[in-house]
Design a binder for this molecule. Sequence first.
Ligand code: AHR
Length: 492
Amino acid sequence: QKKATNVEINAQNVKDTISRHIYGHFAEHLGRGVYDGIYVGESAKIPTTYGVRNDIIEALKELKIPNLRWPGGCFADTYHWKDAIGPKEDRKAIENMSWGGYREDNSFGTHEFLNLCESLGAEPYLAVNMNSGSVAEAVDWKQYVNHKNGSSYLTDLRKENGREKPWNVKYWGIGNESWGCGGEMTVDYYVNLYKRYAIAMAGNDMYRIAVGPGEPDYNWTEVLMKEIPLRLMEGISVHHYSVIDWSEKGSSTAFSTDEYFQTMAKAWFMEEFITKNSEIMDQYDPEKKVALIVDEWGGWYETDPEGNGALYQQNTMRDAMIAGVTLNVFNNHADRVKMANLAQTVNVLQAIILTEGQKMLLTPTYHVMEMYKVHQDAALLPIEMNSDAMYSRGDKEIPALSVSASKDKAGVTHVSIVNIHDSESQEVNFMLADLKGKSVSAEILQSEKLQDLNDFDNPDKVAPKVFKGFKSRQGQINMNIPPFSVVVFEIK
Ligand code: AHR
């Protein structure tokens, strides 16, 4: 007989804040991510703001999107920003060499991206071209977007192109996957090159992010920490996708419970990946000055057989489970993880939004992000969990439950809990010292089948609902969490 899981939520030893930037997003020039996704152009029939879909702007604002990474990904290491400024009719068309060689007219460039971020209230996160670009090109980009009006010919040019004030871009990725699509560099080569960029791009309030590993290559992290002076690096980025097998990724919609289990095991690997990278960083940076940034994460399956653009996939309750578990992992590592970016925002990989012509829908992953936004910039509440709730297949087992808790600036506590088990519900007790006199409410994201999704015929099939499966008494909240569901409690 399985025992109930006890979760002690400690409001005393609070020391870390959950950076809102953990809830960040990523939009690459890939498939229908930017063109025919976020950006449809000013002559489109859909309501837009300078060519960006208004319905997408509203949906992202609703999430309180804290930051947006752009223009890639692999694409960033092929991108020349100067091709995409000035009058649109004069911009050079390019071939998107990273994602199928299709033509892009560069009508969505630096101004369009940074203005979008400004209207969203999100911090832009630019990735510089370290492979086919140069240090000079990166420094020029920084001058163009950040320097005061009149301080150089580049700022004059910015003004001519319609933008007086600088945008003050803080977050800069120096390359992307430099061990792979970004140049297949060795770590020693990368470190030397990184230092050249980092020195040239130094400045007040600059947050330079070095490329870390995308698989458990902990030596890469160690060399970065050992060889790059801490004054030259504010963050290290790592990537981890919940992919079953790179050569056979499986369908995004027609999957078995075995495949579901494998995806969940990969999602849980994030915990180990962050822990091991953090342990290395702790040795060289015990004060945690350098952040760990997971600037690509999410589920990755075979591209939709219908086409719909490169790396287009549907999004089911399985993806909601990946999101719930992963975001709890990030919250619980708030001491070192300061930013993360789900791959990707619209029509690509584990998208939060899908579009088809004039239509737009919100995926189950969007709803998890929306439910979890309450954790943004809240104080992380340490938890102690006593659980034998496991999810197993053959000789493998992973935890069935994932939990994180925070207290926001208004004193409201939120606890997010995920039960990834495909068939068993879980009995759970939350223990909180100051529960007396508080009101407790909760929302749940669940559906009948793991494969359930939102499509253009039924866009609201999977949506959050009020959760009533709990009782609050004597310093405890007792609950029954249904299989494959995400629940967020509010205690105030
Ligand atoms: O997100 C899709 C791709 O995955 C990115 O371009 C690359 O960085 C990673 O391999």
